[in-house]
Design a protein around this ligand. Structure first.
Ligand code: SAM
Ligand code: SF4
Length: 400
């Protein structure tokens, strides 16, 4: 099969490499095309007073046997390999090859339409040398099947987390769950721990895994995350695998650190939404000093950068964050602009604050440009355009 246009014109605007190489599995056991697949999240179910039916969205890829969804969607309970070639995944590949936009990917298209960088764009850039679009198309059968095991996995081994960040929620964090959850649901959710088929599949295909992304919940608190690292070391396959994390780095990572030298590479995006008091105000329950000492410890072991989620509550602290990054000589990534909850988004600031915010960001962009600090300059430029170009009523629903 070939792409619709030779120069990748139409597909350039729609196609994402992830449905060909990757599978995501959410904290509550729903498979996704990626972690911002709009069809994967069912957060509204957790707002119900009485336990609702856990009906999957029509466009969702499917669910794992250990998930709450399994009972109400018996025809859509899938293992990893089946999920990678489920009917919705196959339809997605074919639609992308035709140059069509896919509903489940509206989070990315929305950002692109409003001047922000999308996951689709950054991941396509990241893999541009490894996966040629025509080669992907050639590996796609007429019905959309790709006869391979996903090269890249993002399995969220449950929601256990020690923090309650202001822009996060239940079911993503068990600490949010401890404070605010329906009586019919537990604070901690972990659909994968006892999923024997999952662990058998991971063991059988360990030699085919090349990349892992861990988030959550807090990965350094997830038993399943440690078990997967240990499985790859034990089977002699860790040396093939690049591991990437997002972590709050307010808990000990010592157990994982022991296995890091076995892996091809390890990178940690240390989530940092402010300096000192602002960090503690946004990342509720986290201590700045603990974070700082973990950053300094981990950076000696792995590649580490600061991962910022620009939002209403840290717009005025971005200067401090940038200065902190320079002092510590750390890379900083500001691309993950908070879009949801809508009231946390910079797009919903009152007009006069947007004017001030524009001035502040313009100064910061000029400062970064003077320093030749291109990546933050580009991210701040996207943030400025996202802030000013949005009609707040159009914000799309999202989770992380
Ligand atoms: C959900 S967290 C999970 C991993 C880990 N607990 C952490 O905080 O890094 C993954 C990333 O999503 C970010 N995040 C949390 N809530 C968000 C939201 N509403 N919108 C965009 N990003 C968000 C976090 O700051 C973090 O960098
Ligand atoms: S640390 Fe991560 S998972 Fe935990 S509450 Fe904060 S953003 Fe959510």
């Amino acid at each position: 099969m070939t792409t619709e246009d030779d120069g990748h014109g139409a597909t350039d605007k729609t196609l994402c490499v992830l449905p060909w190489i990757h599978l995501c599995a959410s904290i509550d056991g729903v498979y996704g095309r990626c972690c911002v697949d709009g069809a994967m999240y069912h957060n509204e179910l957790y707002d119900q007073k009485d336990e609702p039916e856990f009906t999957l969205n029509d466009d969702a890829i499917g669910c794992s046997p250990g998930s709450r969804y399994a009972k109400d969607n018996p025809g859509r309970v899938l293992g990893l390999e089946e999920a990678f070639n489920s009917p919705n995944m196959k339809r997605t590949r074919l639609a992308m090859l035709r140059g069509e936009r896919v509903d489940a990917c509206s989070y990315c298209y929305f950002r692109e339409d409003h001047g922000a960088q999308s996951y689709r764009q950054s991941i396509n850039r990241r893999f541009q040398h490894e996966f040629d679009l025509d080669a992907l198309a050639a590996r796609t059968e007429e019905d959309g099947t790709v006869e391979e095991f996903p090269y890249f996995l993002d399995i969220r081994f449950g929601n256990t987390c020690n923090l309650r960040c202001v822009m996060c929620t239940y079911p993503v964090s068990s600490s949010w769950g401890a404070k605010q959850r329906p009586s019919w649901s537990s604070a901690v959710i972990d659909p994968y721990r006892d999923d024997e088929e999952l662990w058998r599949t991971l063991r059988e295909n360990a030699h085919l895994i090349r990349r892992l992304y861990f988030a959550g919940g807090e990965p350094f608190m997830q038993p399943g995350h440690f078990a997967l690292l240990e499985l790859l070391v034990e089977t002699g396959n860790a040396g093939n695998v690049d591991v990437v994390y997002n972590s709050n780095l307010t808990v000990s990572a010592e157990r994982a650190i022991k296995s890091f030298p076995h892996f091809k590479s390890v990178g940690i995006g240390a989530s940092c939404d402010g300096v000192g008091e602002v960090f503690e105000r946004i990342r509720v329950g986290g201590k700045w000093e603990t974070f700082l000492s973990n950053v300094r410890r981990l950076r000696t072991e792995v590649e580490l950068w600061l991962q910022v989620s620009p939002q209403r509550d840290n717009l005025w602290d971005l200067r401090n964050l940038l200065e902190f990054a320079r002092t510590e000589e750390l890379d900083i990534d500001l691309a993950n602009v908070v879009q949801w909850p809508a009231e946390m988004s910079v797009a919903n600031l009152p007009e006069e604050e947007k004017v001030r915010g524009t001035e502040e960001l313009t100064e910061l962009i000029a400062w970064c440009a003077e320093l030749g600090w291109d990546k933050p300059a580009a991210h701040l430029t996207s943030l400025r355009s996202f802030m000013t170009s949005l009609d707040p009523l159009n914000l799309v629903e999202e989770s992380t």
